[in-house]
Ligand binder design. Structure first.
Ligand SMILES: [Zn+2]
Length: 383
C-alpha cells in the first residue's frame, strides 16, 4: 500500500511490478524492482522512491554534462535541418510565458540551463536566475548568470515572492513530493507570476511508465489536481507542441483552491495508465519465456535505445548478449552496458536469437525490411 503523491489517496497495490534490475532515464541499471501504482481518485501514476535519491541526483545524474555541445535532437526536417531539444524548448517557453520587458525568470532545477540561456539570447532584457540541487552545473552558468542570481541546494529567502516567472523543464517527474515542489515554486513567484513546466506525457510515450526514476507519470487530471492543491491556477496544458510531453502554464493565485477535476477525467486517466501497465506486464512475461529458452546461450538485441535497453535490463543476467544492433550512425563502435553496438548487417554469426527492442507498433515492418535479419536458425523474440 502507498499514498498518492498528488491527492494522498491510499493505493492498495501496484498495477505493474517487475523484479530488479530497473532502467533509469539515463540508461543505467539500478538494483531495485520497478513498481507502478495508479490512483483511481486523481488519475496519477507513480513509482517507488529511488533509494538515496539525493546522492543519485547530486553526483550520479549528470545529464548532458560530458560535452559542451551535447544536446538531444528534437526533429530533423525534410531538408536535413536539425532542431535541438533545448532550442525548441526555449522557443516554446518564450511563446507560452509571453514575458513582460525586463522580466525576472528563474530556471528551477536548471541543470546547465541551456533553455534559459537560449531564451536570454533571444530576449536580452530578461533577468535570468538559476537553481539546482547539484553543484555540478555551476560552471555552465558562469558568464551569463550573475553570481547573486545562482543558487545551489536551496533557494535564498530573499528570492521569495519576486519572480515574474519560474520554469522547470523535465524535473517534476523525478520528485517525491510534486505538490510540495509546486508550493515551493509558488512561494518564489510574485502574485500573478507564471509557472511553466514540462513533464513526460506517458499516454503519448508509453515507455515512460517503465523508467524507474520517473516517480510521477502525470495525466491532465492529476496535473490539474496537483496545481490546485499548491495554490496555482492551471492556464494551459499544451500536449501537441512537444510530442510525448506536456508543457503546462499556471499562475499564482490567492489561496490554495479546492480542485475542480471531474471524476470522469480522473477515472479515464487511471484506465489509460492501467492499460499502459498491462502492456509492460505482457512484455515482461514474454521476455521471461525468452530467457528460459535461451538461458546461457548467445543472443543479440535489436535497438540500443529505450526498448532495447529495457530488454537488456530484463534478460542481461540470464542470457549471453553478444551485441546490440542499431542503425544509428552515431552509435557505431559504441559500447552499451559493456556490449558492442553494431550495424544490423554485422549481426554476429553465433547469435541464436534476436530480441526486438523497437516500438511494437513499428517493429515488424522495420525487421522485415532487413534481409540479413532473416537468417535460417535465427529466432525473433517480440515484445
Ligand atoms: Zn491521487
Amino acid at each position: 500500500m502507498t499514498a498518492c503523491r498528488v491527492c494522498n489517496e491510499h493505493i492498495a497495490a501496484p498495477t505493474y511490478e517487475v523484479p530488479a534490475p530497473s532502467l533509469t532515464s539515463i540508461m543505467t541499471l539500478l538494483d531495485v524492482p520497478t513498481r507502478v501504482f495508479v490512483c483511481g481518485a486523481c488519475g496519477h501514476a507513480q513509482s517507488d522512491d529511488v533509494p538515496d535519491v539525493q546522492a543519485f541526483y547530486d553526483t550520479g545524474y549528470r545529464i548532458s554534462l560530458s560535452s559542451e555541445n551535447h544536446d538531444q535532437i528534437f526533429s530533423v526536417a525534410a531538408d536535413g535541418a536539425i532542431t535541438y531539444r533545448t532550442d525548441h524548448q526555449a522557443a516554446l517557453a518564450l511563446q507560452l510565458l509571453d514575458l513582460p520587458e525586463g522580466a525576472s525568470i528563474l530556471d528551477y532545477g536548471a541543470a546547465k540551463a541551456d533553455t534559459l540561456r537560449k531564451m536570454t539570447v533571444a530576449r536580452s532584457d530578461l533577468r535570468p536566475h538559476v537553481f539546482d540541487v547539484s553543484s555540478d552545473y555551476a560552471p555552465a552558468w558562469q558568464g551569463w548568470v550573475p553570481e547573486q542570481a545562482q543558487a545551489v541546494y536551496s533557494a535564498p529567502a530573499t528570492w521569495r515572492g519576486t519572480f515574474d516567472a519560474v520554469m522547470s523543464h523535465f524535473v517534476i517527474e523525478h520528485v517525491e513530493d510534486p505538490v510540495g515542489f509546486m508550493r515551493a515554486v509558488r512561494e518564489l513567484l510574485r502574485p500573478d507570476g507564471t509557472f511553466l513546466f514540462s513533464i513526460p506525457d506517458v499516454a503519448g510515450n508509453p515507455g515512460d511508465m517503465a523508467v524507474v526514476d520517473h516517480l510521477n507519470h502525470f495525466s491532465d487530471a492529476s496535473i490539474a489536481h496537483a496545481l490546485a492543491s499548491a495554490g496555482l491556477q492551471l492556464q494551459v496544458i499544451d500536449k501537441t507542441s512537444f510530442p510525448g510531453a506536456f508543457f503546462v502554464v499556471a499562475k499564482r493565485v490567492g489561496e490554495p483552491a479546492k480542485t475542480a477535476v471531474s471524476s470522469k477525467s480522473a477515472s479515464d486517466a487511471a484506465t489509460e495508465a492501467r492499460d499502459i501497465c498491462a502492456f509492460w506486464e505482457r512484455a515482461s512475461a514474454t521476455l521471461e519465456g525468452g530467457v528460459e529458452r535461451y538461458s546461457k546461450r548467445k543472443v543479440a538485441i535489436y535497438g540500443a535505445g529505450f526498448y532495447g535497453s529495457w530488454i537488456y535490463c530484463r534478460i542481461g543476467q540470464a542470457v549471453d548478449v553478444v551485441a546490440f544492433l542499431d542503425r544509428n550512425e552515431n552509435m557505431k563502435g559504441a559500447m552499451h552496458f559493456g556490449i558492442p553496438v553494431l550495424p544490423p548487417e554485422e549481426l554476429p554469426e553465433d547469435a541464436e536469437a534476436l530480441f526486438i527492442g523497437l516500438n511494437p507498433l513499428k517493429a515488424r515492418a522495420a525487421i522485415a525490411a532487413q534481409p540479413w535479419l532473416q537468417r535460417a536458425g535465427l529466432d525473433h523474440v517480440w515484445l
